[in-house]
Design a protein around this ligand. Structure first.
Ligand code: SF4
Ligand code: SF4
Length: 255
């Protein structure tokens, strides 16, 4: 079987399991275009890995626009659950049916938000994996910006030794540098940085998350709500994604 044929079989399985986007990157890209320190590279976390398969599903814009809210919290939690479920089943398929090694790096893989107060970085970055696999480019907000869904795409990564073909990385930056994320961030954690990504005070973002978690509606997500990039917004252009009346009604029922 060729790398292209094997890739197609794995992609079809992932789409059957509910993925909207499936792309892959060889691990050598972490070395060729180094952004993070080597200890964050997949090959240094799991030495058998040759390719990283990135799986994405969308977050729905009208639901994000209620943030912070129970509606968004449930959407966020559901997307994590669905992604981990797809990644589990795809890993099962690759290992038991195709006979290759595979593991998945789960979604929010930290014990509690308090851990992030000590170190607000992830052990493995799905955003970087999405960038190397050609799912999107990294925007000024440090989110992965995609053509299809802007930053409103949740992703998970499957690490495998299966010899599959790779997708091209996206060369043109999809961020249009509109600064909406910077202006609207409730923790004001972004600072301009010339032509580079905004400097991000991750601790300020984390502390804001602790605050809204204590108020029982988190995560924040304002920076992904306001980003104007993404074909998913076409259906709502020129309209509001939620009305004041709708918000008032849901709030009166605890949502
Ligand atoms: S999640 Fe909220 S607090 Fe954090 S960077 Fe985005 S807008 Fe700012
Ligand atoms: S809101 Fe504007 S500046 Fe921020 S990531 Fe999106 S396109 Fe880039």
């Amino acid at each position: 079987m060729t790398p292209e044929e094997l890739k197609e079989i794995i992609c079809e399985k992932a789409y059957d399991l509910g993925a909207n986007i499936v792309r892959s990157a060889p691990v050598k890209r972490w070395e060729e275009f180094p952004i993070q320190k080597p200890e964050f590279w997949p090959q240094n976390i799991w030495p058998w890995v040759k390719n990283v398969i990135v799986i994405g599903i969308p977050l729905y814009s009208p639901m994000i626009s209620t943030t912070p809210s129970m509606v968004y919290q449930e959407l966020y939690d559901t997307s994590n659950r669905v992604l981990d479920d797809i990644a589990y089943r795809l890993t099962n398929y690759i290992t038991t049916k195709l006979g290759y090694k595979a593991v998945f790096f789960p979604r929010d893989c930290y014990y509690s938000i308090d851990v992030l107060l000590k170190n607000p970085n992830a052990a493995f970055s799905h955003v970087m994996a999405g960038y190397y696999a050609g799912v999107g480019t990294i925007g000024d907000s440090h989110n992965l910006i995609t053509k299809e869904y802007g930053p409103r795409l949740r992703i998970v990564s499957v690490l495998t030794d299966a010899p599959i073909s790779a997708d091209e990385m996206i060369e043109k930056n999809l961020c249009i540098h509109c600064k909406k994320c910077l202006r609207n961030c409730p923790s004001q954690c972004f600072k301009e940085n010339g032509d580079s990504l905004f400097i991000m005070d991750k601790m300020a973002c984390t502390e804001y998350h602790v605050k809204i978690k204590n108020e029982n509606h988190w995560p924040c997500g304002v920076c992904i709500d306001v980003c104007p990039v993404g074909e998913d917004l076409k259906a709502y252009r020129g309209t509001k994604t939620i009305t004041k009346e709708g918000i008032k009604h849901c709030q009166s029922f605890g949502s």
